[in-house]
Ligand binder design. Sequence first.
Ligand code: PGA
Length: 262
Amino acid sequence: MKKIWLGSSWKMNKTQSDVVRYCEFIKPYLSAVDVELQTFLVPPFPYVKQVGSSLAETGCLTGVQNVGFESAGPFTGEISVGMAKDIGATLVEIGHSERREWFGETDATVNKKVKLSLLEGLKPLICVGDTIDEKRWGVTAESISRQVKIALHTVSADLVSQVIIAYEPVWAIGERGLPATTEEAEHGLSAVRLALIELYGKTIAEKVPLLYGGSVNIHNAKMLLRQQNIDGLFVGRTAWHPEGLLRLIRLASEVIEEQAYA
Ligand code: PGA
């Protein structure tokens, strides 16, 4: 039976009082989730500590949305992995397509950030995805394979089990995104798995949790979670309200129950 991951990045949203309300609402439900369900939240930097301490007893992990590509130095506006660790983060989101599009993130900086995070004992949550043009050209698998292989360049087999990879098609993310079909999501994630097999072999490749993200909602969540190479969901808008996260928790729990009786 596979463990299921379910988490949300709030991107650049929410105020202090929204965060208090969110955590108060969701806390009892997070405390009661099935042991096979691993939840996580990735708030904006100023709220990471608050979310972490508010949900400390629940088993929900907390992450940051980015880190700097060096461990310290003259990098105005950046936050280092050490600082992320200091504020209680255990996950580091790296390479989201919005960072690649707006903030100059490249496969090479993703690789540096992944290695720094692993050195600090933090879990990199690496995001990869094809653009709409790559999809039209039929090079989705090649694009994903390249992103995964560069992200993990010189990462040892011992450490790769700490990594999580999310396939988030650029064309599926956000207000103007079209959710991937289950087949498209599975196709993207099987390309991720294949790249991992090529790098580390099958046994190790199967230990890396693979998540799908991009317009996940309460209608497609269960179908996605039933796919062979989908170990979890990385959600934006649907989980920005705690009621939405709760509905997804319930759907994921139903899939866990189905697996138990399969
Ligand atoms: P969305 O965002 O669920 O709002 O499409 C997903 C993401 O960017 O991870």
